[in-house]
Design a protein around this ligand. Structure first.
Ligand code: IPE
Ligand code: IPE
Ligand code: MG
Length: 243
C-alpha cells in the first residue's frame, strides 16, 4: 500500500504510521477573530477539523487519537464560550453517530467527569458505554483534563495501592486515564504556540512533537499528513544511540 502526502507528494511510510497521535486543537478563537466572527464560530469550525482528522486517522490505521478539547484551566473563559465548547461533545455524539459507528470508533473521555455539567457527563458516559468494545480507532477526548490533576489523582491511588513505596513506573501508569494504551508517538500543536499547556505531562516523556502556525480550523488532511511525514524523519533514540 502506498500512502501519498497530498502536499509534498512524498509517500508516507505505511510501516511508520504513529500508533498514537495527540493533538492540542488550538487557534479556534484567533481563526474566528480574523474573520470578524465570535469565538464560538471558531470552535464550531474546529469540530469540522476534528471530524476530518478522525476520518484520516482511520484511513491511515492510527490506533489512538487524543484530542485536547477543554483543559482544567479553560474554565477561566467567559461562561458563554465554556457552555458552547461543552455542548460540542453532545452535538458530535448525536449528529455523527452513524459515521462513528461505521468507522468503528471507540470514544473515551480523559478528564474529571465529576466537574462536567449533568448533561455533558451523561452524554460522555453514554458514548463511552456504547463504544467501549470497539476495536477500531480509539478517540480520546481530553475534556476537563489537566496533566497535573491527572498525576495527582494517580499519585493518591498509587500511594494507597503501594503503601510501602515499592511500585514501579509501569505500576504508576496503571492509575492514569491512559492506562490501557501506549504513550503518544506524535504530538501535534497547531495554533502557533510552542508549549504543552498541561497536556499529558507523564505520557509525553518521549513523544515526538510537531508545531505548526496553522490555526486548528484550517488544519486539514494535508497538514496532518505533513506532520506525520515530519515524524517519519525523526530518529527516536529514547536516550539510547542511533541504530
Ligand atoms: C482552542 O482554541 C480550543 C480551546 C482551548 C477550548 P482557542 O479557543 O484557545 O483559540 P485561541 O488560542 O484563542 O486562538
Ligand atoms: C490548550 O489551549 C487547551 C486546548 C486546546 C483545549 P489553550 O489555548 O487553553 O492554551 P494556552 O492558554 O495558549 O496555553
Ligand atoms: Mg488557545
Amino acid at each position: 500500500m502506498k500512502l501519498f502526502g497530498r502536499n509534498k507528494n512524498k509517500a508516507l511510510d505505511p510501516r511508520k504510521i504513529p500508533m498514537h497521535i495527540a493533538i492540542v486543537m488550538d487557534g479556534n478563537g484567533r481563526w474566528a477573530a480574523k474573520r470578524g466572527l465570535p469565538r464560538v464560530a471558531g470552535h464550531r469550525a474546529g469540530l469540522d477539523s476534528a471530524r476530518a482528522i478522525m476520518e484520516e486517522s482511520v484511513r491511515l490505521g492510527v490506533k489512538y487519537l487524543t484530542l485536547y478539547t477543554f483543559s482544567t484551566e479553560n474554565w477561566k473563559r467567559p461562561q458563554e464560550e465554556v457552555d458552547f465548547i461543552m455542548s460540542l461533545p453532545e452535538e458530535f455524539w448525536t449528529r455523527d453517530r452513524s459515521s462513528i459507528d461505521e468507522m468503528d470508533i471507540r470514544l473515551n473521555i480523559l478528564g474529571d467527569l465529576d466537574g462536567l455539567s449533568e448533561s455533558t457527563r451523561r452524554v460522555s458516559l453514554e458514548a463511552m458505554g456504547a463504544t467501549h468494545k470497539r476495536k477500531g480507532l480509539t478517540v480520546n477526548l481530553a475534556l476537563n483534563y489537566g496533566g497535573r490533576a491527572e498525576i495527582i489523582r494517580a499519585a493518591n491511588a498509587f500511594a494507597k495501592a503501594y503503601p510501602t513505596g515499592e511500585g514501579s513506573e509501569q505500576d504508576f501508569a496503571k492509575f492514569l486515564y491512559t492506562s490501557d494504551m501506549p504513550d503518544p508517538d506524535l504530538l501535534i500543536r497547531p495554533g502557533a504556540e510552542k508549549r504543552i499547556s498541561n497536556f499529558l505531562l507523564w505520557q509525553l516523556a518521549y513523544t515526538e512533537m510537531v508545531f505548526t502556525d496553522c490555526l486548528w480550523p484550517d488544519f486539514n488532511v494535508k497538514q496532518f499528513q505533513d506532520a506525520i511525514l515530519e515524524y517519519q524523519t525523526r530518529d527516536r533514540r529514547r536516550g539510547g544511540l542511533k541504530v
